[in-house]
Write a protein that binds this ligand. Structure first.
Ligand SMILES: NC(=O)c1ccc[n+]([C@@H]2O[C@H](COP(=O)([O-])OP(=O)(O)OC[C@H]3O[C@@H](n4cnc5c(N)ncnc54)[C@H](OP(=O)(O)O)[C@@H]3O)[C@@H](O)[C@H]2O)c1
Length: 254
């Protein structure tokens, strides 16, 4: 599918990968809707990218998901692309998690929320002659990252769900693509991992998004840029070795 002249909803579109997707897809002549929780981020997108429809909506909250669905159905009935991109990534030591809600919301943002949003929007997408769902998981869906245990579990779940969804809608007008980014230079990559990732460089976000759009337009089902491709191969050849290597790489540095 060429990403030109489409109506595209991107969750988590106020920074990082989502914002860059919005920027490149708007420039290509699409109608772009973005969501996020923070009002300041939404205001700054409206200013930086006039023409983008910025909607406040928390993908971890079923009530807000239902409200978003109603708004999209009424205002953008031609929606034909959903990009489940919003994400949070926590650095958790499981023997010392003081706030269990930090686990629950990581699962809700990374797994149950996007599944629910997709379920709401699927009938609308199926009405279109051609539609697309892009689930942004992670290379960590293939090899878990020890210091991000709940994130890795949510992304592995998203990978499994995406494969099932693709199989279930294969005889409809809806295509399902999974984007598995490698470490990418965004707030999420640095956020709670600054100490561990010191000296590591992520992929530039512009490059990641260019590869994502190119892969979608080329008809790929799974897009694994850069290191994510290596993680995919190694997760089959030597899964324990690869997991140990990743753990070593993320050992705290002085
Ligand atoms: N960066 C990486 O290294 C990397 C690698 C692999 C996969 N990914 C995946 O790529 C996606 C984008 O990550 P990123 O690096 O671009 O992150 P980011 O820079 O932190 O941006 C995250 C975006 O999601 C929004 N968001 C967070 N929680 C939300 C919620 N509950 N409801 C709605 N929006 C929410 C944020 O806005 P608010 O905070 O205002 O809501 C923001 O717009 C995520 O799914 C992430 O897991 C990233």
């Amino acid at each position: 599918m060429k990403l030109i002249g489409k109506t595209i909803l991107i969750t988590g579109g106020t920074r990082g990968i989502g914002l860059e997707l919005a920027t490149q897809l708007l420039a290509a002549g699409n109608t772009v809707l973005v969501t996020a929780r923070g009002a300041a981020g939404l205001a700054s997108v409206r200013q930086a990218l006039p023409g983008v429809h910025a909607i406040q909506s928390d993908v971890s909250d079923p009530v807000q998901i239902a409200a978003l669905y109603e708004e999209v159905r009424l205002r953008f009935p031609t929606l034909n692309v959903l990009i489940n991109n919003a994400g949070i990534m926590r650095n958790l030591d499981l023997s010392h998690v003081a706030q269990p809600e930090r686990i629950a919301d990581e699962i809700a943002v990374g797994l149950s929320g996007p599944i629910l949003l997709t379920q709401y929007l699927l009938p609308l997408l199926r009405q279109q002659p051609a539609a697309l769902i892009v689930n942004v998981s992670s290379g960590l869906a293939l090899v878990p990252f020890v210091i991000a245990p709940v994130y890795s579990a949510a992304k592995a779940g998203m990978h499994a769900y995406t494969r099932c969804l693709r199989a279930q809608v294969k005889n409809t007008s809806v295509r399902v693509v999974e984007l598995l980014p490698p470490g990418t230079e965004t707030a999420l990559f640095r956020g709670e991992f600054e100490k561990e990732m010191k000296g590591q460089k992520g992929m530039p976000v512009i490059e990641l998004v260019k590869q994502a759009i190119k892969g979608i337009e080329a008809g790929r089902q799974e897009i694994r840029p850069g290191l994510a491709k290596i993680l995919g191969v190694m997760s089959r050849l030597a899964p324990d070795f690869m997991m140990a290597q990743m753990a070593r790489m993320s050992a705290p540095k002085a």
